[in-house]
Ligand binder design. Sequence first.
Ligand code: SIN
Length: 534
Amino acid sequence: MPKNKTIKTDLLIIGGGIAGLRAAIEASKHCKVLLITKGKAGESATEKAQGGIAAAIDKIQDSTEFHFQDTIKAGAGLCDKKAVEILVNEGVSRVIELIKMGARFDRAETEGGTGYSLAIEGAHKRRRILHAGDETGAEIERTLGSKIISDGLVKISPYTIGIDLIIKDGKCIGATAIDTYNHLTLNILAKATIIATGGICQTYLYTTNPGVATGDGVAMAWRAGAEVQDMEFIQFHPTSLVAFKELEDIIALPRFLISEAVRGEGAKLINVKGERFMPSYHKQKELAPRDIVSRAIVNEMKKTKSKHVWLSLSGLGAEKIKKRFPMIYKTCLERGLDITKENIPVAPAAHYFMGGIKTTIEGETNLPGLYAAGESVSLGVHGANRLASNSLLDGLVFGTRAAKTALKYLKEVKQLPKTIKTKAGKPCSLNKEKLESIRMTIRNIMWKGAGILRNGKGLKTASQKLKDINQKLDYQPKNLEEVEVKNLGTVAGLILKSAIDRKESRGAHFRTDYPQTDNQNWKKHLIYSTKDKA
Ligand code: SIN
């Protein structure tokens, strides 16, 4: 049996991606912070982000107003204008701060005179994406991580997974967790808690997300009574590498992303008959919004009875490919594909979650003491479809804001209980193999029933299967697998409920039985809490 330990801190941050790290830096100036992260330090979707971070730093060719307009347009009617204004305006200051902390983005002499090489991706009308080669997320994670370590103010506990929030008198006072490295179960008592656990796309068979993206924060907030919003909106990235298809079907490795920036530099999509197809789907062609490109690819795959389409980089030239996309070049080469000579087989995969824990623009949830930021949150900044390269910016901007709000709150908290009693709960009777098989079943159900194209019949079948599965997951988790599989089941159930309820198509949610956008009835968010549990 792991030993039990109680820890006290001012602020608990759950999650070590961009939002959690940026929140930690902000808060560490004023209070004691403990950051727990379930993998090794830095293991997150942030670390894998390729394309870059969007910010209108070019004051001549671009403006925050243009960035605002592009974000609103991609969001398909569900963006909160105030949240987007904050994103694009505060985003510029946050990015400049990040550069001052040491982030090394690619430089170039440009007309706008910023000194930075600015890329373009889908649905942006200007070049505004700062990047570090094709490993922008890793560079940002390195910058924020180094700042935290050199300041030495934040205690980071890696390999520590949050289980449940601790709620007393309706307020959040921390979380229970498992420190898998030291074999401890923890009661972490905190005056305030920020959830920054990132995405949920491991609920899908094919995803670009790392294995850690199992929606833990969303599930634990939901169980504690927090509201969730926009759960039906999953963004499918158009171009993930289809390499080891057979292996992927068995063990569902995350699919390697081929950044949208590759299309930004001129790569073209062609079907297996060799025909370029995007011009017949949208005037922005390969740089149309992601949902449109993903659906076009699925259509072409169906038409040609193929498992992929091709991404052709033939117009880019070998030198540019190697210089601008060194990691993509190297990774593809390791998988037997020389992208300076050959087309890349690609297909869409689940990539980003626009839904999540409902917060205000200050990062507040409906539970006092509980704050949230980053991909685990839905505050309307991305609407029904996120604009490319706005996610890292979201983490920076709203991670900072959540920390500032939590700081104000925790100053008012007089004291924490010395210890707390947690419920023992029903133990899990499923062994590791069984849990892994359930994990794969959930991912298959979601891919089949709630994927890029959905319909009422498929969603309801998926929902019934999930209900049966979720009955088996009604246990108190004691290890990583038990936590993750339970959380995947919870999040998948919520996605299905929301997708069944929204009887229209909008942004990333496309229903073949309701193919039109219905602004009269559905230009609204779907918000649920345990009170509405079916
Ligand atoms: C990409 O590089 O295509 C991903 C960037 C993003 O998700 O915004």
